[in-house]
Design a protein around this ligand. Structure first.
Ligand SMILES: Nc1nc2c(ncn2[C@@H]2O[C@H](COP(=O)(O)OP(=O)(O)OP(=O)(O)O)[C@@H](O)[C@H]2O)c(=O)[nH]1
Ligand SMILES: [Mg+2]
Length: 307
């Protein structure tokens, strides 16, 4: 039996016209590969499967090549194989290619019709992608144009996200996709958000053990922004350290870098909680690190009960 049609795998399909950004999105959220600027474009031929573990579930993301010859085949001759067993379908459109909206609408419609036919319980998402290319004053106009063209006469509810791989928006959007698919996100985000507000953390992220960012929250009211790349590098260093460490039972690490304190806690559910605090703020609050660490540990236990 073809792997495509296996019923027991958790499939997420990512579809859209060529060069809309699908492969880049997958690389960002599964490998933490965020391009510094627009990368060379290497079209996906046919489709590629990418496996990820999310909170103990294996998910296979199908990165579908966007050339129309492929799309025609996926939505016609191969449609029962492609659209069976799908948990979530993401359709990506390029925010600045307004001329392509009619064509995108055509493939969005056929894809959703097939989705409803073969996977009636799946969720559908539309990513209005590459928002970094739109000047601020045009954002609303672009949003209206895209949604007026695409979000009409659809056979199911489609959740709309504005995304860019250069912003945390892609992690929030994909976190919602993963979270809704596996029911972890709705419960985790409000809890983590409350925790960082109350403890004046600068940011919180939850990764899978493989380093896939699931949730990213920033307490930007109080603090300046931390670049994702910065967090990612620190995370890699910590993960490597832990892997090399003889003390395999250690599940929590506190370390300092420049003017920040980071706490990384490995949760049993295969997830990693990563919190960043600004030293100045901790000093202002006369916060003692051991007390902070024990609050984080207590909070981690609470999270573990949820997932
Ligand atoms: N400015 C900007 N460029 C992006 C973004 N995401 C992807 N790109 C660029 O868009 C181009 C196409 O990206 P891909 O991810 O290869 O596109 P694709 O949808 O997989 O294309 P096909 O495989 O042919 O269907 C590349 O040059 C990426 O660097 C984004 O958020 N903003
Ligand atoms: Mg591609």
């Amino acid at each position: 039996m073809s792997y495509l049609a296996k019923k027991d795998i958790n499939k997420i399909l990512i579809l859209g016209l060529q060069a809309s950004g699908k492969t880049t999105i997958i690389n960002a959220v599964t490998k933490g590969q965020i391009p510094i600027e627009e990368d060379e474009y290497l079209p996906t031929i046919d489709y590629e499967r990418k496996k990820v573990m999310i909170a103990g579930h294996e998910i296979v993301i199908f990165d579908m090549g966007g050339q129309t010859s492929f799309l025609d085949r996926f939505t016609d001759g191969l449609s029962d194989l492609i659209f069976t067993g799908v948990k979530a379908l993401i359709f990506v459109v390029d925010s600045v290619k307004v001329k392509e909206l009619e064509q995108a609408k055509y493939y969005l419609d056929v894809s959703l019709t097939k989705l409803v036919e073969y996977s009636p319980t799946a969720y559908a998402y539309l990513f209005q992608h590459k928002t970094d290319l739109i000047p601020e004053q045009l954002k609303e106009e672009v949003r209206n144009t895209v949604s007026d063209h695409l979000l009409v006469n659809l056979p199911l509810h489609v959740r709309y996200y504005e995304t860019s791989v250069f912003k945390s928006s892609i992690f929030n959007a994909m976190g919602d996709v993963f979270g809704r698919t596996y029911g972890v996100n709705e419960s985790l985000v409000p809890l983590v958000d409350t925790f960082i507000q109350h403890n004046d953390a600068e940011m919180a992220q939850i990764f899978t053990k493989a380093g896939v960012p699931l949730i990213q929250l920033e307490n930007i009211v109080n603090f300046d922004h931390i670049a994702l790349n910065e967090v990612r590098q620190v995370f890699d260093a910590v993960a490597k350290n832990l892997a090399n460490s003889k003390d395999q039972t250690s599940s929590s690490i506190l370390f300092e870098s420049n003017n920040r304190v980071f706490i990384v806690n490995f949760l049993e559910a295969g997830m990693v909680l990563f919190l960043g605090f600004h030293k100045d703020r901790l000093k202002e609050k006369r916060e003692q690190l051991p007390a902070l660490l024990s609050r984080v540990l207590a909070f981690s236990l609470q999270l573990e009960e949820l997932v």
